[in-house]
Design a binder for this molecule. Structure first.
Ligand code: TXA
Ligand code: MG
Length: 348
């Protein structure tokens, strides 16, 4: 696997050697992992079905879960999509490049492997100098899921990609840590009302500036039965999960800390994922904090790397604190609850 350090963004453009070589690999049917502002993506030429199939193999991804087509700018919308509603352009004006994926009717230009046989396609323009340089150098849309083994926490640093995919992909562009830390918001513009299928970097409130009737899909908040029809196939699977079992604990900080101490007497392999304010309660235990309770942007930034770090300590159970019920926290809440497979305990 080729590895290039492109963390000095002042020098990044479509013409630098690593980006040109990465583009050559994409155009000749290979796989390149690259940084975006959300998480690292595993890219292939979205017009080349064989190349896209290799993504599913490398990740061990279920075949029915469609990929997002990444584009350099809005001008690609008309090439890749049909029946584009005016709100799509307004959303792109406001939030592209950025962490917003639009699901629109596919024109059939991207390979069928990208859409997993659906008649819609997810499209986004990532807000990252390396990703944009690569898209410009290739001049094709790049199909890219998160660059992790399917089911694991998404990669927010190059070493996470290396850990999961070394030996399975052709190249990795290292752009340092991803600034958002959670995946893009997936917004379905094909259904009856604009519907958030996956919460992410752009909030419902931000979307409602353009689409007043936008809603969250119900599946975001609950466990999806295995064979229920879902709009976004990705919502079916256990996701974002470390090796360790994750259990979410609700309740006062001190009650939760007492509960964890009690558990730790019989079980030496537990770990704690808590808020900064709570860390002093866990002296002597394997605890990490992932940000101040009310800073949902910082919690988003650190969540996946903290889950991976706790896995590396050999923990078997991770007791986690999870923000709930706010528009800006809903993406963190969604990822952590799915990582726990909705295992939540109310501590009193
Ligand atoms: O931030 C992101 O979106 C990252 C970076 C790399 O751009 N990508 C990412 O891709 O998270 P992935 O494949 O891990 O997640 C894509 C999600 C899945 O839940 C998938 O089911 C959904 O988007 N999706 C893609 N195309 C869709 C479509 N046509 N209809 C409904 N859902 C779709
Ligand atoms: Mg993913």
């Amino acid at each position: 696997m080729e590895f290039w350090d492109v963390t000095d963004f002042s020098k990044v453009s479509a013409d630098i050697e690593p980006v040109r070589r990465a583009a050559d690999i994409i155009l000749s049917g290979g796989l390149v992992a690259f940084p975006t502002e959300t998480v690292y993506g595993l890219g292939a030429n979205a017009l080349d079905g064989n190349a896209v199939s290799r993504i599913f193999e490398a990740k061990g991804r279920p075949q029915d879960n469609p990929l997002i087509a990444h584009v350099a700018d809005m001008s690609w919308l008309e090439r890749l999509c049909l029946d584009i509603p005016p709100v799509a352009y307004e959303l792109c004006e406001l939030y592209w490049p950025g962490p917003l994926t639009l699901v629109l009717r596919s024109s059939g230009v991207v390979a069928k492997e990208v859409t997993a046989g659906l008649d819609t396609v997810g499209v986004r323009s990532p807000n990252h100098p390396v990703a944009l340089a690569l898209l410009k150098a290739c001049d094709v849309p790049i199909a890219a899921p998160s660059a992790n083994t399917s089911g694991r926490p998404s990669p927010t640093a190059a070493r996470h990609v290396y850990h999961d995919l070394n030996g399975k992909i052709d190249a990795l562009l290292d752009g340092g840590r991803c600034s958002v830390g959670l995946e893009s918001t997936v917004l379905d513009l094909v259904s009856d009302v604009p519907r958030i299928l996956r919460p992410g970097g752009i909030t419902l409130e931000q979307i409602r500036k353009v689409c007043k009737d936008a809603v969250y899909d119900k599946a975001i908040f609950g466990e999806v039965p295995k064979d229920a029809p879902v709009r976004s196939p990705g919502m079916k699977y256990r996701h974002y999960a470390p090796r360790a079992k994750v259990i979410i604990l609700r309740g006062d900080s001190s009650d939760v800390a007492a509960y964890i101490r009690e558990q730790s007497v019989n079980d030496p392999n537990i770990a704690v994922l808590c808020y900064d304010e709570e860390l002093p309660l866990y002296g002597g235990l394997n605890a990490v904090s992932y940000g101040p309770r009310s800073r949902h942007d910082i919690l988003s930034y650190n969540l996946f790397s903290a889950l991976r770090a706790l896995d590396e300590t050999g923990a078997e159970t991770i007791y986690a604190r999870c923000p709930e019920g706010s528009d800006t926290a809903v993406a963190v809440e969604n990822r952590l609850k799915r990582a726990s497979a909705y295992h939540i305990i109310d501590v009193k």
